[in-house]
Design a protein around this ligand. Structure first.
Ligand SMILES: NC(=O)c1ccc[n+]([C@@H]2O[C@H](COP(=O)([O-])OP(=O)(O)OC[C@H]3O[C@@H](n4cnc5c(N)ncnc54)[C@H](O)[C@@H]3O)[C@@H](O)[C@H]2O)c1
Length: 252
């Protein structure tokens, strides 16, 4: 779902291309589902289909991890889950803060998928004094005046911004100054960050706009195909005379 780019070179220091890193979570999600069903091994084709990736690309990606699978057997599911988790840094616990506990921030706080993937929501922060102390997903909301202390007390390096767009840059600056080096931004604005800080942007409306583009193109193609069929039918009926009963598409 993340649509932004990280401020990183195309290849990470350990030689894994950024495009491969971006696909690792897709493999991990598919592998986790297989693991939950106690499936012991999986072929590259099956896993590629489950992850929505081309199988040659998958094999290339796994070669960067030093994982080649066994011919005729495939990949060991549990081992691959471990390898990818380790590569993504998910074998350690990542405390995360969410800033802006409105509709979206509260939904994110309530999302169980973070904890199951190694991300612990350490604190919820909002600027509204009326929210201070109120629990959301069992965690009391803290006032943004205390943002720096909260980041430091919890050793937080990942911050999630779910404030209105107008507040996001100032929140981002404070998070970075307090020591946060990775930001997941849901606010519809481009954030400026210093070197060494990664920003990923999530924007569902951009995803919908891309789908709208494809829908429009499909509709255009259907209309063009319909027009071509109508033209073909017209020319066939002209060939057959006024009461021609031959179907427009002849069997081969
Ligand atoms: N990325 C997406 O796909 C997506 C989807 C929905 C909403 N959004 C965006 O997420 C943001 C939040 O949306 P929402 O519907 O939850 O809004 P909301 O108005 O319900 O919540 C915003 C919260 O941010 C708090 N806030 C404002 N300024 C702050 C500051 N300086 N520090 C800390 N907290 C602050 C407010 O008190 C409020 O509780 C908006 O920018 C919205 O456009 C993005």
């Amino acid at each position: 779902m993340a649509t932004g780019r990280t401020h990183r070179p195309a290849t990470r220091s350990r030689g894994i291309p950024e495009a491969t890193v971006a696909r690792l979570p897709l493999y991990l999600r598919a592998l986790t589902a297989l693991s939950e069903r106690s499936v012991p091994t999986v072929s590259s084709e099956e896993l590629a289909a489950a992850a929505g990736v081309n199988s040659a690309k998958l094999r290339k990606d796994f070669s960067y991890l030093g994982s080649y699978g066994t011919r005729g057997v495939g990949y060991d599911v549990e081992y691959l889950v471990y390898q990818i988790s380790r590569e993504l840094g998910l074998t350690q616990d990542w405390p995360v803060v969410i800033v802006g506990i409105g509709n979206l921030g509260a939904a994110l706080a309530n999302y169980g998928g973070f904890a199951s993937r190694g991300f612990r929501v350490a604190a919820l922060i909002d600027a509204d004094p009326a929210m201070a102390g109120k629990p959301v997903a069992g965690i009391p909301v803290q006032h943004s005046d205390d943002l720096e202390r909260i980041i430091q007390d919890n050793g937080v390096s990942i911050g999630v911004i779910a404030t209105p767009a107008g507040a996001a840059q100032a929140v981002c600056d404070r998070l970075v100054a307090a020591g946060v080096t990775s930001i997941l931004n849901f606010a519809p604005t481009v954030l400026s960050v210093p070197d060494g800080v990664d920003v990923r942007k999530v924007d569902l409306s951009i995803e919908l706009q891309i789908l709208a583009f494809h829908e429009q193109r499909k509709a255009g193609e259907e209309a063009a195909a319909g027009g071509a069929q109508a033209t073909a039918a017209r020319s066939e009926s002209a060939d057959q005379g006024p009461d021609g009963d031959v179907p427009a598409v002849m069997p081969a």
